[in-house]
Design a protein around this ligand. Structure first.
Ligand SMILES: Cc1cc2nc3c(=O)[nH]c(=O)nc-3n(C[C@H](O)[C@H](O)[C@H](O)COP(=O)(O)O)c2cc1C
Length: 189
């Protein structure tokens, strides 16, 4: 009877010890990554879903980039207007603002792939804030074309910041694999 009791206490000790180690390593991980902002633009909802999945996993603050301007309801007209805006380097005025950008160490930036690049709304965001010294992690959603020039263009438009090449590139609202991607980057809530 005594032996069983001692064995049970020993097992409990090992289990609790393991939990403690896990809790400590989680705290260390989020500490090491610093304060996180997840900023995104989404026209039809896919990038928003990915942003929410990242937020669910790493915490931090979620921020939707909203700008002036509207698009026609008809899809082809809408895509033509977007193409023209991109060609002309249009930068719509931001309608939402990040409070105290200086507090963030890591900024996830989400954009749909539009005509092979990031959207004008995301370009406005990147050019309106001082992101120098921050770690910028892109997440891109697309309709079959993959990343194309999105990540390299994000890098070029984000002055002084370090844009990770290991961004998320997913078809539509796909989120399967997000956890593994974030863990590979060293994130754990
Ligand atoms: C104006 C426009 C241009 C697009 N251009 C591309 C493209 O060049 N390559 C691609 O793979 N998908 C393209 N797509 C598809 C979107 O990238 C895809 O549907 C994305 O997930 C939409 O994100 P959202 O729902 O957050 O707006 C385009 C969509 C729109 C509306």
């Amino acid at each position: 009877m005594n032996k069983i009791f001692i064995f049970a206490v020993a097992v409990l000790g090992v289990v609790l010890g393991a939990c403690n180690v896990k809790a400590q390593s989680q705290t260390t991980a989020s500490h090491a990554n610093g304060k996180i902002l997840i900023a995104y633009y989404s026209y039809s909802g896919n990038t928003k879903e990915v942003a929410e999945a990242i937020h669910e996993k790493v915490g931090g603050d979620l921020f939707e980039i909203k700008t002036e301007g509207t698009y026609p309801e008809e899809y082809r007209q809408m895509t033509r207007q977007a193409q023209k805006e991109i060609r002309e380097g249009y930068r719509p005025k931001l309608l939402t603002q990040v409070e105290n950008m200086a507090q963030y160490d890591v900024v996830f930036v989400g954009s749909p792939n539009w005509w092979g690049t990031i959207t004008p709304q995301v370009s406005s965001f990147l050019e309106s804030y001082d992101l120098s010294g921050k770690k910028v992690i892109p997440f891109i959603t697309h309709g079959g074309g993959g990343a194309q020039n999105t990540i390299t263009d994000m890098s070029a438009q984000c002055k002084g910041c370090s844009v990770s090449e290991d961004g998320w590139v997913g078809y539509g609202s796909r989120t399967l694999g997000i956890s593994g991607w974030l863990e590979d980057l060293g994130f754990d809530k």
